[in-house]
Design a protein around this ligand. Structure first.
Ligand SMILES: Cc1cc2nc3c(=O)[nH]c(=O)nc-3n(C[C@H](O)[C@H](O)[C@H](O)COP(=O)(O)O)c2cc1C
Length: 204
């Protein structure tokens, strides 16, 4: 039972390491819970537009006043939020691109953060509206950004995602790193094996 939303964001499609490790997590979660519904959204530059004026103006207009372009932009934006709201677990496969997340994932997150829906401004400050959800992020990197790595301060991937999900109300966020993928075959294989073992434990 329950619903899992799988969002991947690598340009490498199904050859992506982050996507393969995330798929291992989902296979283990399915084995433990055969009734699990899995919804997949594989982001590419062609299927996730930047948040633009059509969406912003369309959201500010009544449905009958929207232009066709605004109506289409609102439909996609609403679908993205509905998928997130319906999910108990959200699994993200996220390669590090230039020290942060792929621009496709940034565009998806820009659709997810909607004032009055996924967060609200109150007298006590912003309040996240996405409750009782768990997020698992599989983040792949060419180098190393954990432990004592001197590159740790250049990791704008994990802190950004932690802050984003906290802002919309999700604090149960687990990160699994697939590191060292650009160092050489042996280091990459070790990093992949460590990540696969970590996700299997998480799903148990
Ligand atoms: C456009 C681009 C930018 C990248 N930037 C970084 C980076 O800033 N730091 C890093 O360690 N690796 C970087 N990499 C390497 C990827 O993070 C690494 O190969 C990762 O394993 C890819 O994951 P994937 O197989 O899921 O696509 C970059 C790769 C690409 C294609």
């Amino acid at each position: 039972m329950g619903t899992l939303l799988f969002v991947s964001s690598s340009l490498m499609g199904d050859k992506s390491q982050s996507r393969q490790v995330a798929a291992d997590y989902i296979a283990a979660a399915r084995a433990a819970n055969p009734g699990l519904t899995v919804v997949e959204r594989h982001l590419t530059p062609d299927n996730i537009p930047h948040l633009g004026m059509d969406a912003l103006a369309g959201l500010g207009a009544t449905p009958d006043a929207r232009t066709p372009a605004q109506a289409a932009a609102v439909k996609l934006a609403d679908t993205i939020i509905e998928e997130v709201e319906a999910a108990d677990t959200i699994v993200l496969a996220v390669p590090m691109y230039n020290f942060s997340v792929p621009s496709t994932l940034k565009a998806w997150l820009d659709h997810v953060a909607r004032a009055g829906r996924t967060f609200k401004y109150t007298a006590n400050g912003p309040e996240g509206q996405l409750k009782n959800k768990r997020v698992i992020v599989v983040e792949s990197r060419g180098g190393f950004y954990t432990g004592d790595s001197p590159a740790k301060a250049m990791d704008f991937q994990e802190p950004y995602l932690r802050a984003f999900f906290g802002f919309v109300g999700i604090t149960d966020v687990s990160f699994v790193q697939v590191e060292g993928q650009a160092i050489g075959p042996d280091v990459a294989a070790k990093g992949l094996a460590a990540a696969k073992s970590a996700v299997t434990k998480l799903a148990a």
